[in-house]
Design a protein around this ligand. Structure first.
Ligand SMILES: C[S@@+](CC[C@H](N)C(=O)[O-])C[C@H]1O[C@@H](n2cnc3c(N)ncnc32)[C@H](O)[C@@H]1O
Length: 285
């Protein structure tokens, strides 16, 4: 079976059951990774990191078709050209074990660490590793260049985690902003006085003021405001958020999430524009 581990086929290991709309998300990631690593591989970066904080088991099975597609960690691992370091984090032990097995079939396995745990707790270790590599002065060698893919199902990604990554000099971020995660939880949590999951997600209780101003407006308006608030927080970390984003809907045409790209330099912008042209979902209203 191991010869199938890196192929978009059944291989008897666990897969994530995914909805069709996740295909485009993965297509965008694949397009971005391809452009990024093809263009950056021959430069003087002392390391190229691919960081996947919510990695899943490495394969997705789509409903209702049953089609199988590689998940985000294996998309990066099987790209034509290689990153020098892959750091995959997954909280579900069965998924993490399945991912580990799949990774073991890759010639690049020595460059990979699959970390079983909560990304909000282990992100420091990854950041320290990059910092240690960046520390010594090495003539003609640039600092590490990293791409982080942050793909929660809901609000599991703490702001503090994003902020930690954002302290790195060259850390591009592709973030899945779960609008459905917010709308699912907001009514229940808005009146709570103790700190809530939404506070951790935005890194501040100020989201409540933003929300209260628009709460009586239609759903798409609320989602727009909350996403813009999140983008402002990213901008305050020094990021420029690419104006083109992609919003995904389920079969009932409900907005599920929006994929955004944040970077501190121009290099990634062309890659992102190219990658999102490959899919054609409309922008969030
Ligand atoms: C949307 S899925 C990711 C799918 C994957 N990126 C892909 O494209 O194939 C989110 C994953 O994050 C995992 N997860 C949820 N909370 C987490 C946390 N705090 N730390 C690490 N992984 C987490 C879930 O078990 C799930 O596998």
């Amino acid at each position: 079976m191991s010869e199938l581990y890196l192929q978009p086929n059944e291989d008897s290991l666990p897969m994530r059951q995914s909805q069709d709309y996740a295909r485009d998300k993965l297509t965008i990631l694949r397009g971005y990774v391809h452009r990024f690593v093809t263009s950056m591989r021959d430069k003087r970066w002392r390391a190229l990191f691919f960081i996947d904080l919510m990695a899943g088991p490495g394969k997705n099975k789509f409903e209702p078709s049953g089609a199988v597609m590689l998940g985000s960690p294996l998309i990066a691992l099987t790209a034509q050209y290689s990153f020098t370091h892959y750091r995959f984090v997954e909280i579900d032990p069965h998924y993490a074990d399945a991912l580990n097995k799949r990774v073991s079939a890759s010639e690049r396995r020595d460059a990979v660490k699959v970390i079983k745990g909560n990304c909000n707790e282990v992100v420091d270790k990854i950041v320290e590793e990059i910092r240690a590599l960046d520390k010594p002065y090495i003539p003609d060698s640039w600092h590490c260049l990293s791409l982080a893919f942050l793909d929660p199902e809901g609000l599991e990604l703490n702001w503090e985690t994003v902020r930690n990554l954002g302290q790195m000099k060259r850390m591009d971020l592709i973030i899945n902003f779960s609008t459905s995660g917010f709308t699912r939880n907001v009514e229940q949590l808005i009146e709570k006085e103790t700190s809530t999951r939404i506070d951790s997600f935005f890194g501040t209780p100020e989201w409540k003021d933003v929300y209260r101003k628009v709460a009586d407006k239609d759903g798409s308006h609320v989602r727009r405001e909350m996403l813009d608030f999140y983008k402002k927080r990213l901008a305050a970390l020094g990021y420029t958020i690419h104006p083109e984003e992609r919003t995904f809907h389920n079969r009932n045409n409900t907005q599920i999430y929006t994929l955004i790209f944040a970077s501190k330099h121009d290099l990634g912008n062309d890659f992102w524009s190219g990658a999102i042209q490959e899919v054609s979902q409309p922008k969030l209203l």
